[in-house]
Ligand binder design. Structure first.
Ligand code: ZN
Length: 360
């Protein structure tokens, strides 16, 4: 049977940041096809990308990235294990200025795209885009550093179109603490939300903004699970039992997400997929299938989606970039997922969670 095209609504890309930072030979625009990076409009169309969360990520200022071997309590090294120091906190005003610049990039792109891309603010707009082949961009900030603890910037960013807030990237901020990129390690790496963090979650609930748990440490996760009245969302994470990175979710966390009616967008980053956590080893997209299968078995089909991390991570070689999405869908078909299952994983589950979270 010929397979029908299933549009993908993707939980996370870093394309806006990557394009803004690219220079020299790697410089590219979103509207023209490039050999570099993972997402542009021509490749998105080829891969059947219907839309996604376009993250605004404020890069850390240059700091020395120290990678040390992970040691056991007796002082011997864990084979393949490593510890990476977290980057320092960001300056809030610099983060806000960067965030406004990248938002402006997206709005300019929307006007230049001549109807091919739209920033969506309601589920009606999202559905319209998915039905009509307009690429839907959901505005997300990865780390809430641009927001002050009085949450004034949140109101303004919301009015501009912000519909999803990752409380942290992998560094501390005024609201919460992000996990380091150590391997292997539990996500229980430090303190939970601050009082401002708890207020931010409540404000996001009130406005109808997604609170994204990816990058958040485990105590913060349980704080959000206790406070939030919205479905729990981890936009780009993997399964800790399959790959013990602190960026991945334990079975208990998966169960909490499922029982809240939420979703995990399975991350495609090689280092969060492989059992050995090696981000540089040749890797097949079958590793993504393995995580999707586990997530479905653990949480149920309704709670699993994609969260590629395109333009922010290392993709399996046979996926390549966004134009490889049909190969991933075919691999899932071969693994026994039917067309109805695929529609749920590819976009319907994300649509349901957004309908249950957004206020319009
Ligand atoms: Zn991320």
């Amino acid at each position: 049977m010929a397979s029908t095209r299933v549009p993908v609504l993707d939980g996370h890309n870093d394309t806006l940041t990557r394009i803004r930072e690219a220079s020299g030979e790697e410089a590219r625009t979103f509207l023209e096809r490039s050999e570099h990076g993972h997402v542009d409009l021509p490749r998105a169309r080829e891969g059947g990308l219907g839309g996604g969360f376009f993250a605004i990520f404020t890069p850390s200022p240059r700091y020395e990235r120290v990678v040390r071997p992970m040691l056991r309590p007796d002082g011997t090294a864990v084979p393949g294990g490593y510890t990476i120091e977290l980057p320092p906190r960001l300056d809030r005003r610099k983060a806000l200025a960067w965030t406004l610049s990248v938002m402006s990039d997206l709005f300019r792109l929307e006007s230049e795209a001549d109807g091919a891309l739209a920033v969506v603010r309601t589920t009606r707009e999202l559905r319209h885009c998915l039905e009509n082949g307009t690429l839907a961009a959901i505005l997300h900030i990865e780390g809430a550093e641009a927001i002050d603890t009085r949450l004034e910037a949140l109101d303004v960013l919301y009015e501009a179109g912000l519909r999803s807030v990752g409380l942290v990237w992998s560094r501390p901020n005024a609201f919460a603490n992000g996990v380091p990129f150590d391997f292997p390690r539990s996500p229980d790496t430090g303190l939970g939300l601050s009082a401002a963090g708890r207020r931010l979650v409540e404000a996001c609930n009130r406005l109808g903004v997604v609170v994204d748990l990816s990058h958040l440490n485990e105590k913060g996760f349980w704080d959000v699970a206790r406070i939030s009245d919205a479905p729990l969302v981890a936009s780009h994470s993997g399964m800790h039992v399959l790959c013990p990175s602190p960026r991945n979710l334990t079975d208990r966390q998966l169960d909490a997400i499922a029982s809240s009616g939420g979703i995990v967008g399975v991350n495609f980053h090689v280092g969060f997929l492989r059992a050995d956590g090696n981000p540089d080893a040749p890797t097949s997209l079958e590793e993504i299938v393995r995580h999707v299968r586990y997530a479905v078995d653990q949480m149920g089909l309704e709670h699993v989606g994609f969260g590629s991390d395109f333009d922010g991570a290392t993709m399996p070689g046979d996926l390549g970039d966004v134009s490889g999405l049909p190969r991933l869908l075919d691999a899932l078909r071969e693994a026994g997922f039917g067309e109805r299952d695929l529609r749920k994983i590819a976009h319907e589950n994300w649509e349901r969670v957004l309908a249950d979270t957004w206020s319009g």
